[in-house]
Design a protein around this ligand. Structure first.
Ligand SMILES: [Cu+2]
Length: 165
């Protein structure tokens, strides 16, 4: 291994150990971690957030919804129906069986921020409260990332998006 390769490896290892997504949020037997929200193009009315839920208890839990001061919080699921990706609100919430870990990720379960009052900009941190039954409510901080973004790219200058507001 030459010096450049060694440097690259060191950087890769440092990146893997980065604590950026390591923050944990707890309510009763529930732990939420690896939270992030996807950056939105200017003028977008919806955004998505993802995280991992751990049920550390022997009682089944349910994510029933949440609230935020910049949007309405809904629990959604992406599903492939006859080869077409469709999104649906989980009106009855998301079940988290006892001792289970449920991952919300692009293409699957997610929290949808609707009626956004501001764009979610990369580098921002937004806070939303998630409500679990029976564990209760927990405020979670979502760093805004462009990682895995699959929505439309922001347009130059955002003139169209600006008009939509
Ligand atoms: Cu959705």
């Amino acid at each position: 291994m030459n010096r450049l390769q060694a440097l690259a490896l060191a950087l890769a290892l440092a990146g893997a150990a980065a604590p950026a997504l390591a923050q944990e949020f707890k309510a009763g037997d529930i732990t939420v971690d690896k939270a992030w929200a996807r950056a939105t193009p200017k003028g977008a009315e919806v955004g998505a957030a993802y995280f991992v839920i751990h049920n550390n208890g022997a009682t089944p839990e349910r994510l029933t919804g949440g609230s935020a001061d910049f949007a309405t919080v809904e629990i959604h699921e992406m599903k492939t129906d006859s080869g077409v990706m469709k999104m649906a609100e989980l009106k009855n919430g998301l079940n988290i069986p006892a001792h289970a870990t449920i991952r919300l990720a692009p293409g699957g379960y997610h929290v949808m921020f609707t009626h956004l009052t501001k764009p979610l900009a990369k580098g921002d941190k937004v806070k939303a409260t998630l409500t679990f039954d029976p564990a209760g409510s927990v405020e979670v901080e979502f760093p805004v990332e462009e990682v895995g973004a699959s929505g439309p790219m922001p347009t130059k200058g955002g003139a169209m998006g600006g008009m939509k507001m």
